[in-house]
Design a protein around this ligand. Structure first.
Ligand code: HEM
Length: 242
């Protein structure tokens, strides 16, 4: 059967740059995060190494969080393919999802210039997890190693009277008020749990996301993967969102 191929402009440069910087920084954060989690099993026991790993994770975290922050600005003021409306499920979403799923079952999948309805759900879930990770991570960066943006506030809170907060060292008791340190521990603990469980959820979603993208590439033939590099999709059917 012969197909008529038509080229469409899809993801804007801002979306593609965000996507690949996000992929690289998230991979690096997961890698360092897993080393932090299994440091004992890996034979990493010194306090300096523990702090060094956290500092490395946080520095990569700044790249990740800045990229995410810029992406969110583009979701408000950027081109159509970058806007929230391009992925957050809106009016008529249930029916669209139903129609899309039926088209998958019938073996003649609907094609889209932007996200298909399942893709919209995936992107919304991914963004939610990324935002939770960025916020909880930035809070823990402040409470654990006194790094920006909250580190100086945390250090000022726990420093003993007459001690310069800037001289406090992570995991050192000198110059720290014990009661305030205890209440800081109570405060920071849930953020550590949220951060960890969200990271696990993200890892699961990344696996599903990659499997779904590969399936769409193979079954729907819309060159989804190369479109995230080139910004072009080549479709054989009339797109549903033209
Ligand atoms: C996709 C993004 C991220 C992923 C997948 C991720 C993953 C992880 C993992 C697996 C851990 C180990 C948890 C543990 O030791 O209990 C961790 C800890 C940590 N992360 Fe992230 N992280 C991300 C983003 C960030 C960001 C943006 C920051 C801050 C700039 C950050 C700061 C921290 C800190 C301070 C810890 C230590 C918390 C603790 O010891 O409980 N993370 N992260």
């Amino acid at each position: 059967m012969s197909h008529v191929y038509k080229n469409y402009r899809t993801w804007s440069a801002s979306v593609r740059w965000f996507h690949w910087i996000n992929v690289l920084s998230v991979m690096a954060l997961i890698f360092v995060g897993l080393i932090m989690l299994y440091k004992k099993e890996l034979g990493i026991t010194s306090l300096d190494a523990k702090i060094g790993l956290k500092e490395l994770h946080v520095i990569i975290g700044y790249i990740f969080a800045t990229n995410l922050f810029i992406r969110i600005i583009f979701a408000f003021i950027g081109p159509a393919s970058a806007r929230f409306s391009a992925f957050i499920p809106g009016k008529g979403f249930r029916q669209n999802l139903q129609r899309y799923r039926e088209s998958l079952k019938s073996g003649k999948p609907q094609q889209f210039i932007g996200h298909n309805p399942l893709g919209k759900l995936a992107v919304t879930a991914l963004f939610t997890l990324l935002i939770i990770l960025a916020i909880s991570g930035l809070i823990r960066a402040g409470t654990d190693i006194y790094y920006p943006p909250f580190g100086s506030t945390v250090a000022s809170y726990i420093a003993e009277e007459g001690i310069d907060p800037a001289t406090l060292m992570p995991y050192q008791k000198e110059g720290v008020n014990p009661e305030r340190m205890a209440s800081l521990k109570t405060f920071k603990s849930p953020f550590g749990k949220i951060h960890l469980y969200t990271a696990y959820l993200l890892m699961l979603l990344i696996v599903i996301h990659i499997a779904a993208v590969v399936r769409a590439e193979v079954k729907e033939g819309d060159r989804l993967i190369s479109s995230m590099f080139s910004g072009n999709k080549v479709l054989t059917e009339k797109p549903q969102d033209e």
